[in-house]
Design a protein around this ligand. Structure first.
Ligand code: SF4
Ligand code: SF4
Length: 232
């Protein structure tokens, strides 16, 4: 799940300065679950903005709306209603959602109200942990299903580093060392031999090193399907 946090209110107030009719647009998926960007949060943000936005006499009005997924162009085009005379959209979606809405309603300014933080998984109610960086070349099959890219503070491919102590990470002592976790997981699986295989420096073009990525689903529009192609 994509996790996002509301930007500081002062920053949001600055970013909407000068606009008079603003649609505050929640997203009904990931950020609704993390209670940062759904319709309830959009309504709460409007209440705050009504108190904080200073005008030079001309009133500022806010409308609230929600789209199930702002990251899906079809849903945005079909179900997002922008009231007439809206001069900006304040989006409570992740960066992908903000950009999709921006494309759909170009040239209307679409302003992010959230900082998109990470792809996380929930292991207890209301707590998400970063689990994946979307690197495009998953190696969980040889690391006991524990990601060293996202969960090791140094993203090491051959670990642990020399600072791992008592199963704790030297960078964040309160957190477990990802490579210690990998060791104990592989041990339980009788796969410790995997740790003896030295992994060469990887080709990060599958991640963000080759620019924005694109994936085409197999079979759509007669396509044979392609994955992990650079979009540019
Ligand atoms: S190896 Fe890459 S794709 Fe797999 S979980 Fe880690 S970051 Fe995500
Ligand atoms: S202590 Fe473990 S998690 Fe921390 S940087 Fe070293 S190998 Fe990575």
């Amino acid at each position: 799940m994509i996790v996002g946090d509301l930007k500081p209110l002062d920053e949001i107030v600055s970013s909407v300065a000068g606009y008079r009719r603003i649609l505050v647009l929640g997203c009904g998926s990931c950020v609704t679950v993390s209670l940062s960007g759904g319709d309830r949060e959009a309504a709460a943000l409007v209440r705050e903005l009504n108190c904080m936005v200073k005008t030079d006499g001309a009133p500022v009005s806010f409308e609230v709306g929600t789209v199930l997924r702002q990251c899906e162009k079809d849903l945005v085009s079909s179900f997002c209603e922008v009231p007439p005379d809206t001069d900006a959209i304040l989006s409570l979606a992740c960066g992908a959602g903000v950009q999709t809405v921006g494309d759909a309603f170009e040239p209307l300014p679409v302003i992010p109200a959230l900082n998109t933080t990470f792809i996380g998984a929930s292991d207890e109610a209301g707590v998400w942990r970063e689990m994946c960086h979307g690197c495009g070349d998953c190696l969980l099959g040889v690391t006991g299903s524990i990601c060293p890219v996202a969960r090791c503070a140094k993203s090491l491919f051959n670990g642990p580093c020399g600072g791992s102590q008592g199963g704790r990470c030297e960078i964040y002592i309160e957190r477990p060392c990802a490579w210690a976790m990998i060791y104990f997981r592989l041990k339980k699986q009788n796969k410790l031999h995997l740790l003896h295989e030295v992994r060469m420096p990887r080709d990060w073009r599958t991640a963000t090193a080759a620019g924005p990525r694109e994936r085409r689903r197999t079979g759509i529009g007669g396509s044979a399907g392609e994955t992990n192609k650079s979009a540019q």
